[in-house]
Design a protein around this ligand. Sequence first.
Ligand SMILES: Cc1cc2nc3c(=O)[nH]c(=O)nc-3n(C[C@H](O)[C@H](O)[C@H](O)COP(=O)(O)OP(=O)(O)OC[C@H]3O[C@@H](n4cnc5c(N)ncnc54)[C@H](O)[C@@H]3O)c2cc1C
Length: 413
Amino acid sequence: MSPHSSTVAGIGEPPEQAEFRAAARAFLAANAQPKRDVSPWEIHFHTSADDAREAFERGRAWQRTMFEHGFAGLTYPTALGGRGGSAWHERIYAEEAANWDVSSRFIASTISMLGPTLMKHATPDQQAHYVPRLLSGEYAFCQLFSEPGAGSDLAGLATRAVGDGDEFVVSGQKVWNSAAQFCNWGMLLVRTDPDVPKHRGITFLLVDMSSPGIEVRPLVQATGASEFNEVFLNEVRVPVANVIGEINGGWAPARTVLSNESAFIGSSPSVGAIGKLRILADRAGRSADPIVRQRLADVHTREWLLRVMGARIMAAVRQRQPPPMDPSILKLFVAGNRVRSGNLAVELGGLGAVTGDDEISQWIQAELLGRFSISIGGGTNEVQKNNLSERALGLPKEYRNDHELPWKDVPRG
Ligand SMILES: Cc1cc2nc3c(=O)[nH]c(=O)nc-3n(C[C@H](O)[C@H](O)[C@H](O)COP(=O)(O)OP(=O)(O)OC[C@H]3O[C@@H](n4cnc5c(N)ncnc54)[C@H](O)[C@@H]3O)c2cc1C
């Protein structure tokens, strides 16, 4: 029986779905702790390197457990380690898992980004090798995209790969690579042809992070933890067999990764703040204040809309259909919500909450600070607005002077 007594999920369900729901409940009951036993204020905010590693490995272990019991990759083919299910399997599992303290954390984000990319752009042999290892967490992939000179303008990247027989020799630098110090594989964008315009000379590689020549340097944040890294590549040899998509055609799989990243960030269940804001309003004796009530209703409505949009996009992604709306809208929406909920949390918590070190204060601080990372990672708000205006609304494109120039002739600072 689910620990969530108020759930109506499952009423009137067809037998096949009811059977799957019962199996998911039994699996969760046997392997996880009910959420009600865990503090609602728990935050994923690491204060040391050990803390970050421990959280990463805990997420990876949970992914392995799901895989071993047939609950990882519910819509992936059984031949690739999945369950061969439909969107309803994902929906039912998500409804049940919401009652339990379970998360694959970082691994979930890479599966969301790389899984659909492999299904769309990889060869059958590559799928047979990488997809089961991705779904089990055996291969944990970091994203080696951004560079000191290529963030928003990702297609301007400069890390070079030169062919040498059946290998590429890669040299360059990446930055802001989340969890790269814990991952054993990386998805890497490299420049393979500098003589053509920037989007046309990029190749997408999968790289074993233990390859000689890779150095990962954690970047220490103000919190004391290192969630990001610089990654230096010095004549790293990567087999040509690790190219996903076409040589010089890496922009297509990169776009698939980025659009799934936006969808994942937007539909992540960790973005809901309304329950805690209501508790804060009660504690502050302001639940009857009409202005506070209006702002709570605003956060509630926006979080609900986000959940519905996220569910629609993720259902399409899992069915390998084009998303029903541009994922940039989700990313922008979640960043905007974070500002509203963070402001309200600080106002309800009072000034003491901004400096306190009890768990509620720490949650409020994380809510306040989280607005910055969420509006940058996976593409900044400004870039998402450009995407929306150009891709979704068909507005005139931003002026660019480097689209037809060979990459090597584009002036760089
Ligand atoms: C939490 C987090 C996690 C991340 N994880 C990873 C990761 O795992 N792997 C990885 O490769 N990268 C990662 N990144 C890097 C992220 O993708 C980049 O920070 C982001 O793309 C912005 O690039 P930049 O930092 O170089 O800023 P810049 O591109 O230099 O932008 C600077 C400012 O200029 C604005 N700007 C730039 N171009 C335009 C334009 N055309 N129109 C209007 N405004 C513009 C931007 O919006 C921004 O405000 C992460 C970043 C964060 C914050």
